[in-house]
Each structure stands twice: as structure tokens, then as C-alpha cells.
Ligand binder design. Structure first.
Ligand code: ADP
Ligand code: ASP
Ligand code: MG
Length: 470
């Protein structure tokens, strides 16, 4: 069997869903199980609804919910026969009524708890998976809806819940294997899961890729296909640098590093189950399904020192200047323990004897963290930073590599706040001002990729033309 995951843009409207049905039809001989995201933009709308309800604007929240419900209904009307629509409508109505009740509860509580956020955000995938299943059936495919919340078991760390692999495997096999054996296509929502007690959880933003990998690992898939809106994994985010080039093959380790440092094309958790079970992951474009995309595998052949540049924006650098009284040996572990206790992931770090700078991507816990850090030293925070990460299989083997990266940046007078080289054998990362991202990436991309291979042709609109890296 194979797993095919379709992201938000791949199911954003009736036309896109029809295209997905066509792509799946072309893979029937591979026994696909299908994982879908919420329709493009819906998760962001759900986040906005929660925030509005909590801020006392329940009317605004319900208006946005109505628009989202209408979008799903309209798409269903375009895709389904009258009988198909009548069959689906009561299910969708039930889900949207539950979402409405939840927003009223959030308004009463005047806050969106992490638990309520997961319940709210799960509606996107709950409804999209029912809609896509109905569309498949309407298109003559033998498909059945499987509720992912009954298959993927997680702990209760809401908003970024951790899957319990063994329990999930048992449930995935129980729910997915039989339909597959009967020649049927199981369709499930990505991103959503539940605790052992059935409380809804999510796997973190972008988590549908992770769901696909969990399904693939549980069922020993031949491969996992991630269908998205770009030709594959590229030398950098084409939305930032239109000269980005397609990377035909990349190793699990390199792809994981890219995902960790912001390449949104893949959720960072995705590659763990795939690597453990040695299942190749293909990243493909649902708008151009004939293209070969990127293949992620254990032993991808190295092509050059540099493989790609990724960027993670919205970073904050937290500086702690330790008090004289602190023993430097105890200072660092004490600081890190505080971040760990607040579940705040540190992406990069620079240390001196009694001071430390840490780059973090989430701000929610920072006031509480800063309060706990105060007894250790003077704390200051710098916002609007970005981490740029250059990834390549053998970066550590060439001493000239870091020099090339840093001289490119220095030559452009870009202020580098922190550098980390050597912690990972396959990446160099550094922190810059967010406003310098486009310029930095353009310069680095030119310096690292255009000298060794041809620049890709640009379309008249200045977009990437789909040219592969040679
Ligand atoms: P989906 O909804 O299909 O999951 P995402 O928006 O999560 O899609 O991921 C696809 C996006 O990832 C692309 O539109 C692109 O802007 C971004 N991206 C970031 N880094 C890269 C990269 N190195 N290669 C390709 N796409 C990238
Ligand atoms: N819909 C979720 C999100 O937007 C999960 C995903 O698309 O992978 O984050
Ligand atoms: Mg995604």
C-alpha cells in the first residue's frame, strides 16, 4: 500500500478536489490510503474565530464560521449529485453546530485554552475529510471515511500532542487494513488525533504530513506521497526566492534539518517514522502530477556541498547575562531547564562563560520564562528575528563552507546576531533581522547555487518555471 497526503491547497475548492480524485484514481493499483488537510486557509480562520470569541467578539467569530460553513456547502454542491449532497449535509451541519457551541463556550470563558484550541482546529480536517470522501464516492471511487481521532492516539500535550506509536498502530491497522483489503480507499483527516480518553488533540500546525507518516509506518507502506502546491522540496522557499530550484533527491537527515528550520513544505515530525521504517517519502505537486517531485530516502546521493536554505521567521532572541554569583557550570543547565519546563523549544543558542542567547519560535511562555530567569541574571528579549539555515550533506567536511556562507552575508552588510556551526554535521544556521530575510536568501542562493548550475528560467510573472536542478 501507499499513503497519499493532500495539503490544504490541494483540496482548496471543487476543482482541486476533482484533481485529487483523478490523481488517486491513477494510483489505485498501489492500494492508496488518503490523508487530507483542512481546505486551504480554514485552520487559520478557525484560529481567528477562537481569538475573536475570546476577545468578546462572538458575533465576528460566528460570522467567520458561517462563511467557512458556506464555503464547504458550496464546494459540496459543486462536487456532489443531489443525493450525495443530501447524504453529506446533515453530517456537515452537525459539525458546524458543534463548532458554534464551542465558540460560545470560549466566549464565556474569555480565553482559548490549548485543549479548546485543539477541539476547535480539528473541525477543519473533520469536515474536509468527510467532504473529500463524498467527492471520491461521487467520482466513482470506492472510498470510506475513517475518523483519524479514533486511530491516532496521543498524549495530552495539546496543540503539539505526541503520538503513542504502538497504540496508534493497533488502531490504524484495525481501521485501515480491512477497507484496503476490500479494494476500498480509506480517507482520513490529517493533523487531528485524540487522547486515550477520546479528547481531541492536534499534532501541531502543518501536522497532516506527520499523520501520513504515522499511517505509512503503521501499515508498512511502500512509500508516502506528500502532495502540495510546489514542485517538491526546493533549494529554498520559492515564495521567498523565485529562483529556487527543485531538488530531485534528498536524505532523511537533510530533509529533517530543513523542516526543523522552517521549510514548511514538510512538518518536522514526518521523517521520524519514515526513517525508522525506511519508507521513502515523495513530495509532489498536485497541480502538475506528472512531474517527478522530490524523493526523500536514506541514502540520497550527495550533489554538492549545499543542498538548500531554509528560513524560520517570527523568532525571538532571549539574552540572559548571568549574575557574578553563579557558577558557570550550573548556569547553563539552570537556564535550559526553565525553557524545558515551559515546553519552549530552543532552535539556536550561543553561550559565553556566564551569558547565553537563545532563539525561540514561540512567544506564549516567554513572560513566565523571563520571570523564572530573573534570579539567574539580567534578561532581555529581541523580537522580529529569523533563523536562516544552510543544509548540505557534507558541510562539516569542508572548512571553506562556513566561510563562504558568512562572507556572502557579511559582504551585504547584514547584521548576523548568532551563528551555530558544528552542532549539526549537516547544517549551519544564523540569526538575522526578519526584515533582511529576502535579501539574505537571494544573496546566499545566488552565491551557493547559481555558480555551480544554471539559473532556472523565470516566467514573465517572475515565478519559478519548474526547472529541475541538474
Ligand atoms: P500544504 O498545504 O500542501 O501542506 P504547505 O503550505 O504546508 O502546503 O507547504 C508548502 C509551502 O512550503 C510552499 O508553498 C512553499 O512556500 C513552502 N516552502 C518552504 N520552504 C520550501 C522549500 N525548501 N521547498 C519547497 N517549498 C517550501
Ligand atoms: N490544517 C492544519 C494546518 O493548517 C494541518 C495541515 O495542513 O497540515 O496547520
Ligand atoms: Mg503543510
Amino acid at each position: 500500500m501507499i499513503v497519499m497526503k493532500f495539503g490544504g491547497t490541494s483540496v482548496e475548492n471543487a476543482g482541486a478536489i476533482r484533481r485529487v480524485a483523478g490523481i488517486v484514481r491513477g494510483r489505485l493499483h498501489c492500494c492508496p490510503a488518503v490523508v487530507v488537510s483542512a481546505m486551504g486557509g480554514v485552520t487559520d480562520r478557525l484560529v481567528e474565530m477562537g481569538a475573536a470569541a475570546a476577545a468578546g467578539r462572538l458575533d465576528v467569530a460566528l460570522d467567520v464560521l458561517r462563511l467557512v460553513a458556506e464555503r464547504h456547502q458550496q464546494t459540496a454542491l459543486e462536487l456532489l449529485s443531489p443525493a450525495g449532497f443530501i447524504h453529506l449535509q446533515p453530517k456537515m451541519d452537525r459539525h458546524f453546530t458543534s463548532a458554534e457551541n464551542l465558540l460560545c463556550r470560549i466566549a464565556l470563558e474569555q480565553r482559548v485554552s490549548a485543549k479548546a484550541s485543539d477541539e476547535l482546529l480539528s473541525f477543519g480536517e473533520v469536515v474536509s475529510s468527510e467532504l473529500v470522501t463524498a467527492a471520491f464516492v461521487g467520482a466513482g471511487l470506492n472510498a470510506v471515511h475513517v475518523d483519524a481521532r479514533e486511530c491516532i492516539v496521543t498524549d495530552s500535550s495539546y496543540t503539539k500532542a505526541v503520538p503513542q506509536f504502538e497504540e496508534s498502530q493497533v488502531r490504524l491497522i484495525a481501521n485501515i487494513e480491512r477497507p484496503l483489503r476490500n479494494g476500498c480507499i480509506p480517507v482520513l483527516g490529517g493533523f487531528i488525533a485524540a487522547t486515550r480518553d477520546g479528547v481531541p488533540t492536534t499534532l501541531g500546525r502543518g501536522g497532516s504530513d506527520f499523520t501520513a507518516a504515522l499511517v505509512g509506518a503503521a501499515l508498512s507502506a511502500e512509500r508516502i506521497e506528500i502532495w502540495t502546491d510546489v514542485p517538491g522540496i526546493m533549494t529554498t522557499d520559492p515564495a521567498i526566492c523565485p529562483r529556487a530550484q527543485l531538488i530531485p533527491t534528498v536524505s532523511f537527515a537533510e530533509a529533517a534539518e530543513l523542516a526543523q528550520f522552517g521549510a514548511k513544505v514538510l512538518h518536522p515530525g514526518t521523517l521520524v517514522p519514515a526513517l525508522e521504517h525506511n519508507i521513502p517519502v515523495h513530495v509532489l505537486n498536485s497541480r502538475e502530477p506528472a512531474l517527478e517531485g522530490t524523493r526523500i530516502e536514506r541514502d540520497a546521493p550527495a550533489q554538492s556541498s549545499f543542498r538548500a536554505i531554509s528560513v524560520k521567521k517570527g523568532m525571538t532572541v532571549v539574552n540572559v547575562a548571568g549574575k557574578q554569583s553563579w557558577d558557570p557550570r550550573g548556569f547553563l543547565p539552570a537556564v535550559l531547564a526553565i525553557f524545558d519546563r515551559h515546553n519552549c523549544h530552543v532552535d539556536a543558542m550561543a553561550t559565553a562563560q556566564s551569558s547565553i542567547s537563545l532563539a525561540v519560535g514561540s512567544k506564549e511562555a516567554l513572560p513566565a520564562i523571563a520571570a523564572e530567569l530573573e534570579p539567574l541574571g539580567a534578561v532581555s528579549c529581541e523580537n522580529s528575528k529569523a533563523i536562516v539555515c544552510v543544509v548540505g550533506d557534507d558541510l562539516h567536511r569542508s572548512p571553506k563552507v562556513a566561510a563562504k556562507v558568512l562572507s556572502t552575508v557579511a559582504g551585504a552588510d547584514i547584521n548576523v546576531r548568532m551563528i551555530s556551526h558544528g552542532a549539526s554535521e549537516i547544517s549551519i544556521n544564523f540569526v538575522i533581522e526578519e526584515r533582511d530575510v529576502v535579501d539574505t536568501v537571494a544573496r546566499l542562493h545566488h552565491a551557493l547555487f547559481s555558480t555551480t548550475r544554471e539559473e532556472p528560467a523565470l516566467t514573465a510573472a517572475g515565478n519559478y518555471s519548474g526547472q529541475r536542478m541538474s
